[in-house]
Design a protein around this ligand. Structure first.
Ligand SMILES: N[C@@H](CCC[C@H](N)C(=O)O)C(=O)O
Length: 292
């Protein structure tokens, strides 16, 4: 293949290669091996995933998930191993930042973006970008393990699957604790997660404040995961008995958490009307061309 344009961006250091392909004529159905080459941190550009920027109208697979009249743009997301995921919370903020910087959407207006988990609406306020991630699905209890260490976990679906495990008192989140270096995928129940799972390890920091590390399906340990942070906020609210009450309206009924990740901080609110709002930064840091 000849040279084609790319950009590089990140949201709380969850980093992505963006591939503009507005009319779907450059990349077609992205080859998983090419995604892996682009994401390779030594021989490629490097990234936790790829965001292909394509018009919803121009991509048949996009039209299965989003109506082109509702969302002009579709985020065609791939993990760094080339696998597909339904949704990427940090990615969709980077995607919106790119659309805005390129003049592909109108400044000051909400930005609807099609994803395999439906249309997400994004609002940009300077450095802070808020995404309405929609309703979480609470799917019960499960278990995860790293070597001999096992934890109960909460199954939360944010469009993509998550298992949220709370560390016990005195258990450290650091690499020298029971979670370890996360160089390998944690063990999980394959009957519960037949398509794999993103696993979050959580430590309490104070009221409304937790820290987490994540092992992402298809990408390994990353420095941040937006959908993971949303799943963590929901699981923490449930554990705290703070499930938002639909009879409350407005912010008073919301459960809001500060989530610290290795790559930065996200603010997550589970609202009284059962939506999850994620707020955090997103930047585009480089652009170029590649023949990879
Ligand atoms: N980093 C992302 C999640 C990317 C997809 C995930 N690895 C999966 O396979 O579901 C985020 O910010 O949400």
């Amino acid at each position: 293949m000849s040279e084609y344009p790319f950009l590089k961006g990140h949201g709380t250091e969850n980093d992505f290669v963006l591939l503009p392909d507005h009319d779907g004529t450059v990349h077609g159905d992205l080859d998983p091996a090419r995604v892996a080459r682009l994401c390779d941190r030594r021989a490629g550009i490097g990234g936790d995933g790829v965001l292909r920027v394509v018009r919803t109208e121009a991509y048949a697979a996009a039209r299965e998930h989003a109506d082109p009249r509702e969302a002009e743009w579709f985020m065609d997301y791939r993990n760094s191993d080339g696998s597909l995921s339904e949704m990427c919370g940090n990615g969709v903020r980077v995607f919106a930042r790119h659309l805005l910087e390129e003049g592909l959407v109108e400044p000051g207006r909400p930005i609807p973006v099609g994803t395999r988990a439906g249309v997400k609406v994004i609002e940009v306020d300077g450095d802070r970008i808020t995404v309405d991630m929609g309703r979480p699905r609470l799917l019960g209890d499960t278990e995860v393990a790293v070597g001999p260490a096992r934890w109960a976990a909460t199954h939360v679906d944010m469009g993509n699957p998550h298992a949220v495990a709370f560390l016990g008192d005195g258990e450290s989140l650091a690499a020298d604790g029971p979670v370890g270096a996360l160089a390998e995928e944690p063990a999980y129940d394959r009957a519960v997660y037949p398509h794999g799972v993103n696993v979050e390890f959580v430590q309490r920091r104070g009221a409304g404040h937790v820290a987490m590390r994540v092992h992402e399906r298809g990408s390994g340990e990353t420095r941040s995961c937006g959908t993971g942070a949303c799943a963590v906020a929901v699981a923490t609210a449930l554990a705290d008995g703070r499930r938002p009450d639909a009879s409350d309206t407005g912010e008073a009924g919301d459960a809001t958490y500060r989530i610290d990740l290795p790559g930065g901080t996200l603010e997550i609110s589970w609202t009284a009307d059962d939506r999850v709002l994620m707020t955090g930064p997103a930047v585009v840091v480089a652009r170029g061309t590649t023949a990879l």
